[in-house]
Ligand binder design. Structure first.
Ligand SMILES: Nc1ncnc2c1ncn2[C@@H]1O[C@H](COP(=O)(O)OP(=O)(O)O)[C@@H](O)[C@H]1O
Ligand SMILES: [Mg+2]
Length: 252
């Protein structure tokens, strides 16, 4: 389980996380939603130790995330960042191979190659695996970065807006994949989503953040509700029941 206790974080004078506490139980897909600037990316980065907190504590399976040896942490938790900048000219397969670093230490053995093959297949990248990243569309590149994260084969997976740039087919496939790896492989997935309908249809639970705080947590049925969404996003969002799911309609 991931236990987040009293995390605070400021940039300059702006406090972007205010005493955030949250327990994420093992297994399942948790969607993290909320308006721009709510602190979602900052919280994910702190959980994965990509950024320091000012106060508070994160523990993952009892391991202090900010004290544990980084190699131990890297075998337990992987994170897809919202903005991936790469200057090196790499192929898709080489990038995915980076995900194996905590296991391989830089020398890929047969087990690492097999894990790379699995990630290539999961993300539908077989035909693109020898292309350079700068020869890909935004959505193809996004899938390559997700494949790298999955190839790390950690128990916990944090994904910051993995649906960015994806077309409908690949967005749906991505959400099905996240559900599948949580169900079949017992992974615990925490995923930042902007499309609350994907959260509604695919997540086991939803955590909503606003103004650096946890605003609400619950099942999709509890969170994808007009009274919750109106306060969360400060705009009226009608919600319809379609085929037993709550679907927000906000395109008018
Ligand atoms: N490196 C940084 N320096 C200064 N301010 C930052 C930095 N990163 C994020 N912020 C600010 O922190 C707040 C939360 O940002 P973020 O965690 O990215 O929100 P979200 O992912 O929910 O959109 C925003 O107001 C953002 O401008
Ligand atoms: Mg963000």
């Amino acid at each position: 389980m991931i236990r987040i206790q009293n995390i605070t974080k400021s940039f300059g004078r702006t406090q972007v996380l205010q005493d955030v506490s949250l327990d994420l139980p093992e297994g399942g897909v948790t969607a993290l939603i909320g308006p721009n600037g709510a602190g979602k990316s900052t919280l994910l980065s702190i959980i994965a130790r990509l950024a320091p907190a000012d106060g508070g504590r994160v523990s993952i399976d009892g391991l202090d995330a900010h004290q544990a040896p980084s190699a131990d942490l890297a075998r337990l938790i992987a994170m897809l960042r919202q903005d991936n900048h790469l200057t090196a000219r790499l192929t898709v397969r080489e990038l995915i191979g980076f995900g194996r670093f905590p296991h391989s230490g830089g020398r890929l053995n047969a087990a690492d190659q097999a894990a790379i093959d699995r990630a290539v297949a999961y993300l539908d990248l077989a035909e693109l695996q020898h292309r350079f990243l700068d020869q890909l569309s935004g959505g193809q590149r996004q899938r390559a970065f997700v494949a790298m994260t999955i190839a790390q084969e950690t128990k916990y997976l944090l994904l910051d807006e993995p649906l960015n740039n994806l077309d409908m087919k690949h967005a749906r496939a991505m959400m099905r994949l996240l559900r599948q790896i949580s169900q079949d492989l017992g992974k615990t997935v925490l995923v930042v989503l902007h499309d609350i309908n994907f959260a509604s249809c695919h997540a086991d639970r939803i955590v909503a953040m606003k103004d650096g705080r946890i605003f609400a947590t619950g099942t999709p049925r509890q969170i994808v509700a007009p009274e919750v969404l109106a306060d969360l996003y400060e705009t009226d969002i009608p919600v319809h029941d379609i085929d037993g799911r709550r679907i927000a309609a906000f395109y008018d």
